[in-house]
Design a protein around this ligand. Structure first.
Ligand SMILES: [Zn+2]
Length: 243
């Protein structure tokens, strides 16, 4: 079964860590997709860093895909009862699952559409081709998939599946990632990745590297091990996971 590798939260805010993750991938002969955030947490506007933009263009020319990854990568972090979601469900989604990063689940469809269009413009202005879209924290509200299809996207993903929004196709896929955001969960996610690795015989797998992972010796080692495990089956384009 094919394996796809990506680096999340690609932003000038994480430039050093992104290079560290790229080095691990390149050593393993892998060209991961780059999930680019136009303005990470509202404090790292992509277009203000010409060198970083040039580096991304160079990587895309070298065969890396570039996916739009939210706009701010941050939720409003306050509960709005008018959205019809229970407070506990909201707290769970925002605080437990995503750590306050589930941007698209926290905005109206209208605002979500505006952020998508604005994000596409930022990447175009940076000289980048948009090869796909991944919602921050893989959190996709119901309106997002049809919107991506309407805009011609051929690849997106959430926790459980990969999609071709335009062709309205989906396929189950296991995702391996580590929770470096919460140090208490690092060990449990290492254990999960080792277990989930066995699912690969049945479904395509994704290896998701986060910049924060690079701050842990254990996780750098785990990423290296996973890349070695995937050797020979890695595909450069996410869409290839759909078969
Ligand atoms: Zn992210």
């Amino acid at each position: 079964m094919p394996v796809h590798v990506s680096i999340h939260d690609v932003s000038p805010a994480w430039a050093t860590e992104v290079e560290a993750a790229l080095a691990l991938c390149h050593e393993a002969g892998v060209r991961p997709a780059l999930l680019v955030v136009p303005d990470f947490h509202g404090r790292a506007p992509l277009l203000q860093d010409a060198r970083f933009c040039a580096r991304l263009r160079e990587l895309q020319d070298g065969g890396h895909e570039v996916y739009l990854h939210g706009y701010f990568h941050e939720s409003q972090a306050r509960y709005d009862a008018s959205r019809g979601e229970g407070r506990l469900a909201w707290l769970f989604a925002q605080r437990v699952v995503s750590g306050g990063e589930a941007e698209m689940s926290d905005v109206s469809e209208e605002e979500g559409r505006a952020r998508l269009e604005r994000g596409e413009r930022v990447l175009a202005d940076a000289g980048l081709r948009v090869d796909g879209y991944v919602a921050p924290a893989w959190s996709m509200p119901g309106w997002l998939l049809p919107l991506l299809g309407e805009r011609g996207y051929r690849f997106t993903e959430d926790h459980l599946r990969v999609y071709d929004p335009k062709a309205r196709r989906a396929r189950a896929s296991v995702v391996l990632n580590w929770a470096s955001r919460s140090p208490g969960r690092v060990l449990s996610t290492v254990a999960w990745c080792r277990v989930a690795g066995y699912a690969r015989g049945g479904v395509p797998a994704r290896i998701a590297i986060h910049p924060g992972d690079m701050g842990y010796r254990l996780l750098r080692y785990e990423v290296e091990r996973r890349l070695a495990w995937a050797r020979g089956d890695v595909v450069a384009r996410g869409a290839e996971l759909l078969g």
